[in-house]
Design a protein around this ligand. Sequence first.
Ligand code: 13P
Length: 290
Amino acid sequence: MEKKFSEQFSSLHELFKAYRKSERCLAAFNVNDNYDLKAVVEAANEMNTHVMVMTYPPVADLITPQVFAKMVEGMRLNAHNKVFLHLDHSTSVDQCKAAIDAGYDSVMIDGSQQPLEENIKMTKEVVEYAKSANVVVEAEIGKILGRGVEVKSDDDFLASVADVTQLYKEANPDIVAVGIGTAHGFTPQEPKIHFGRLGEIADAIPAPLVLHGGTGIPDKDIQKSISMGMSKINIGTIVHTTYMQEALKRMNEAGENAYPPFIMNEVVPLIKDVVVDRLKAVNFEYELSV
Ligand code: 13P
């Protein structure tokens, strides 16, 4: 096995910086409960890689950041490498603070729907709060398409280099999600990634960048993005749709005899297979090593 995390990096901040320099990427999966969390940890063990799990705000609201952090702490007992916990797409400064207090490793403050000044103000506040806890802060600029995100003109979603630079300089987030044409969820057509803009942004700021909308991005585009500065990729929809559809199928078959552990015993390995498949796409040059 490769060196342990602590022998390679002093913190998650350092991991991201090193990954940006060496054109590597941390795969981050949206999870919802102990079952898909277990599937992600087992997949990361099989691939011998560090991994990140992320809770969307409704998951954090339902389960609470405290309980989810404890669940991840418990699941780490079975992990061979690092399992980082992140709050994804929170539009609330207070929710970010609560996640930091609960022990999350990383939080995203998503001010992308706000005017730039407001986005900078929100990001700054979370960055300040996160500092003493040594928690990574992700900001967003531009828009990730899909799921009701409103786009006012053709390329309104595209992160502008000037805005990215201003946000980075003034708010100083650790990692930055940039709108470059990807979308959340399954899309009717392949997303058209604006690699030209990605290149300009990567030249303008040294921060590790984050690729959102990981479901449905062709492997070759994922890999090209990584070589251009994407150091974290978010993958969600393929995980929860596999979970829900496979569980539903089995619940329908079992009818009134449906019993959670029997159903989930069959569903967890299927979620794991999907996660392994995506880890292979992301860690394409680093299979079987952290
Ligand atoms: P997908 O649901 O398209 O995989 O995107 C996930 C994501 O970007 C979460 O932030």
